[in-house]
Design a protein around this ligand. Structure first.
Ligand code: FES
Length: 113
């Protein structure tokens, strides 16, 4: 990817679905190469939903789905967090400088069939 293309893809995502405003002590995390404001104590799933990410998971059969239970049971919210595949977004608290990829698929990325 050229530098100009990369810089263009790094623009910030707007949080448009928050019920209450996020506090001032927010920090940036990266979701799909976009900077997003997040705050300590919230889950990654809340940030994904606030930025209108509904289909966040690609399963082993390349089918896309989104969070279902929101409490760690269904495993329908797997995302790649800091190079670790299959992290449950609903059970992951955001941390500064976290790098998240939605729709990642370990089998596809590692060439496993
Ligand atoms: S939404 Fe069910 S485990 Fe995360």
């Amino acid at each position: 990817m050229s530098n100009k293309l990369f810089e263009a893809s790094m623009k910030s995502l707007k949080r448009t679905k928050d019920i209450t405003p996020i506090p001032d002590r927010s920090f940036d995390i990266t979701i799909n190469q976009h900077q997003v404001k997040a705050t300590l104590g919230e889950t990654l799933l809340s940030v994904l939903l606030a930025t209108d990410h509904k289909r966040i998971m690609s399963n082993d059969h390349q089918r896309h789905s989104g969070a279902y239970c929101g409490m760690g049971v269904c495993h329908c919210c797997h995302v790649k967090v800091n190079e670790q595949f299959k992290q449950r977004a609903c059970q992951t608290l955001v941390q500064p400088n976290m790098v998240v990829e939605t729709l990642s698929n370990r089998f596809a990325e590692e060439g496993i069939k």
